[in-house]
Design a protein around this ligand. Structure first.
Ligand code: PLP
Length: 458
């Protein structure tokens, strides 16, 4: 058995969970049209759907919330957050938003015109959706190794620098209003990006005067990977590493529901004052006044405390250790996963686990349904359903390179025995893999279809 790092906290409040019996799980699946987003949380035993906003807050965060200042303008809570924002991120301006995607919406509203391109290592689905919704074209330029689930390398989220340079030459800077990078690379397995790569990406964007915006959702986890794995960073604190990263950029979007350890919130930060004027207008129109941005004052306090807690190194050691523990356990059992384990999730290689299913038979969706049916465990398909697109002319599906099911670990939520249970269910599924049947989409919207699509068996 792999080692497990004990939690650097003890539990002061409990939320009961229970596992429905098999017949109840089966009927929940039918009612949900086999889309796990339609399953009620009470029907789930271990919920690994997402690490977004699902974590446990600390006593310090709850205490800070009680002191939240709900003034419409210029609240103390905003000023608390502003101090922390300056310390960690150091951008000239920022606004709170209710989620990461609200920051993306505002950024694309002010900066992106129809037909323009936004390169990144890999865009997350909401980023991709926001770019497309404005008529823009998201472009993924991650190193090719990211698409090989078995390839082990320290920084599998790195951008392909040559591809980025060539892309900019080919499309022209007038067609690229800003460039991005996602840390860690959620859509590609939660894999980190090295500091060296971030520095080189920054140099390329800046040499072309393209503003560099970091999707910073998991900046703390990425910073800890840099500390552990990259030469020259072992003696730096994760805070110092984060500060160095954001010096390379011109702005950031973030979902505070990830590394800020809160249940709701986000921000958009920028250096450019002209852009920021437009951001303010857009924010007031869509989200709220600039010192609260669609959140309660107390939420801002929770984010301010959470951003600092998320950088604590004993927490990060446990956090990354927990993911590695589950990943190593599964590997020992012969369950194929994306290697090496990322920070926030284990990505099951559904195509490799269910080789009897072709891509159009939706192995990712079939596996996520099997996990719920067998164990009451909820994961999410990140494969053909989430990222497949219909070719406009031929009507044929263009398949994404990876067919994954993500098991995301909420922060400070589940214990070692929960993870052992998940591994035991997966071992059972693996031993009976050929019983798992092909699925098909019976109904789907055009954008971000995995949230609302319906499914049946072929
Ligand atoms: C979660 C996430 C977002 C979107 O944030 P929301 O708060 O869910 O709107 C954007 N990018 C990445 C990498 C994410 O993980």
């Amino acid at each position: 058995m792999p080692d497990y790092i004990p939690e650097p906290f003890r539990i002061k409040m409990v939320e009961p969970i229970k596992r429905l019996d098999r017949a109840q799980r089966e009927s929940a699946l039918k009612r949900a049209h086999y889309n796990l987003f339609n399953i009620r949380s009470d029907e789930v035993f271990i919920d690994l759907l997402t690490d977004s906003g699902t974590g446990a807050m600390s006593q310090a965060q709850w205490a800070a919330m009680l002191e939240g200042d709900e003034a419409y303008a210029g609240s103390r809570s905003y000023l608390h957050l502003k101090d922390v924002m300056e310390e960690i991120f150091g951008f000239e301006h920022f606004v709170p938003t209710h989620q990461g995607r609200a920051a993306e919406n505002i950024l694309t509203a002010i900066a992106l015109k129809e037909g323009q391109f936004v390169p990144s290592n890999m865009h997350f689905d909401t980023t991709e959706g926001n770019i497309r919704a404005r008529g823009g074209i998201p472009v993924n330029l991650v190193n090719q190794i990211a698409y090989d689930p078995q390839a082990e390398t320290d920084f599998k989220g790195n951008m392909d620098l040559e591809a980025l340079e060539n892309f900019i030459q080919e499309k022209g800077i007038e067609n690229i209003p800003f460039g991005m990078i996602t840390i860690t690379n959620n859509a590609g397995g939660g894999q980190p990006v090295s500091f060296e790569n971030l520095k080189a990406v920054s140099k390329i964007y800046r040499s072309h005067k393209i503003p560099f915006i970091i999707d910073a959702c998991r900046f703390a986890e990425n910073s800890y990977f840099i500390k552990m794995r990259e030469e020259g960073f072992a003696d730096k604190s994760t805070l110092e590493i984060a500060q160095q990263i954001f010096k390379l950029a011109d702005g950031a979007t973030m979902s505070a529901k990830k590394d800020a350890l809160v249940n709701i919130g986000g921000f958009l930060a920028l250096n450019d004052s002209k852009w920021f004027d437009q951001v303010r207008n857009e924010l007031i129109l869509r989200e709220g006044f600039i010192t609260y941005g669609g959140l309660a004052g107390r939420d801002l306090d929770a984010i301010a405390v959470g951003l600092k807690e998320g950088l604590q190194e004993d927490y990060l050691e446990y956090r990354l250790g927990q993911t590695a523990y589950l990943g190593n356990l599964l590997s020992e059992m012969g369950v194929p996963i994306m290697q090496p384990p990322g920070a926030h999730a284990i990505y099951l290689d559904a195509a490799a686990l269910l080789p009897h299913l072709s891509r159009e038979e939706l192995p990712g969706q079939s596996l996520s349904v099997a996990l719920y049916r067998e164990g009451g465990i909820r994961g999410i398909e990140l494969g053909t359903v989430a990222f497949g697109v219909e070719d406009e002319e031929s009507g044929e599906t263009i398949y994404p390179k990876l067919e994954m099911v993500r098991l995301a670990l909420p922060r400070r939520m589940y214990t070692q025995s929960h993870l052992d249970f998940v591994a035991s269910i997966l071992e059972k599924i693996k031993d009976n893999a050929s019983d798992i049947r092909a699925m098909e989409i019976t109904r789907a919207p055009k954008l971000m279809r995995h949230f609302t699509a319906q499914f049946g068996f072929q």
